[in-house]
Design a protein around this ligand. Structure first.
Ligand code: FPP
Length: 249
């Protein structure tokens, strides 16, 4: 366990992305329904958003509901949507007070209308906030995002706005859901699973990956600090050699 003083403030990641995994297992270990794990998962969300504000992390992306999660039992999907609505209603004032701005990435049109309404309201209320930029990935999957981006670019070619040969990394990025955010330097997955699960595949190209056995409902500020300390000990080479990095070439 670690405290804030252990962090190197000059080497903080700007953007942390998290796969919040293990809610179901956490609940089962306590002989509870899976939903109990999701409710407790919200407590972790609140703690980690606050911790990011305290530490000075500017962007936090949370994988709250994937495209594939629609295949879960209907009762669980409905309960997750209700939890989202209730959480937004309960937390929006606190988020606003803490200068947090809410953003959403994903196929919004596939979310229930009440979720879309609450999300839009929360985004409008917090639109001017300059603290933590909290990005919820909802009905999101990376392959969907990349295919959508490709369709939009192709349409722009058909409409004469771009030529095929214009396409490069910088231009393609402007078609992604994350066009307004820098790539995450650190991606954390909880609960001992070593997969990316269709999450930010394009954006994680050079991210440091951190996996922990801790289930999401137990993941709190000290665990986040531990992950950042681990990140700060890594050498980020972006394809260069270690010598080049150390001599700033
Ligand atoms: C993964 O655990 C978690 C989810 C699919 C949902 C994440 C939702 C929350 C943390 C709560 C709601 C969030 C917001 C922002 C209101 P799992 O169910 O896959 O766990 P398991 O792998 O142990 O079954």
């Amino acid at each position: 366990m670690s405290d804030l003083s252990a962090l190197d403030r000059t080497k903080l990641p700007q953007h942390i992305a998290i796969i919040m995994d293990g809610n179901g297992r956490w609940a089962k270990e306590r002989n509870q329904d899976r939903l109990y794990g999701h409710y407790e998962g919200v407590v972790s969300v609140r703690d980690i958003v606050n911790a990011c504000g305290e530490i000075g992390i500017q962007y936090l992306t949370l994988y709250a509901f994937s495209t594939e999660n629609w295949n879960r039992p209907k009762a669980e999907v409905d309960a997750l949507m209700e939890l989202l609505v209730n959480t937004l209603r309960k937390e929006v004032d606190e988020l606003h007070k803490n200068n947090v701005r809410l953003h959403v990435i994903g196929a919004m049109a596939t979310m229930p209308p009440i979720c879309q309404k609450e999300l839009q309201e929360a985004m409008d209320i917090t639109a001017g906030n300059t603290g933590v930029q909290l990005i919820l990935a909802l009905s999101y999957s990376s392959r969907w995002e990349i295919i959508e981006a490709t369709k939009k670019f192709s349409q722009d070619v058909v409409d004469g706005k771009h030529k095929i040969e214009d396409l490069n990394d910088a231009l393609f990025t402007t078609y992604l859901e994350t066009k307004n955010f820098p790539d995450p330097e650190l991606m954390i997955r909880t609960s001992g699973e070593y997969r990316i699960s269709n999450y930010l595949l394009y954006q994680l190209a050079y991210s440091e990956l951190y996996f922990t056995e801790v289930h999401w409902p137990d993941f709190r500020k000290p665990h986040l600090i531990e992950a950042i300390i681990n990140y700060q000990q890594r050498e980020r080479r972006f394809g260069k050699t270690s010598d080049q990095i150390q001599t700033n070439q």
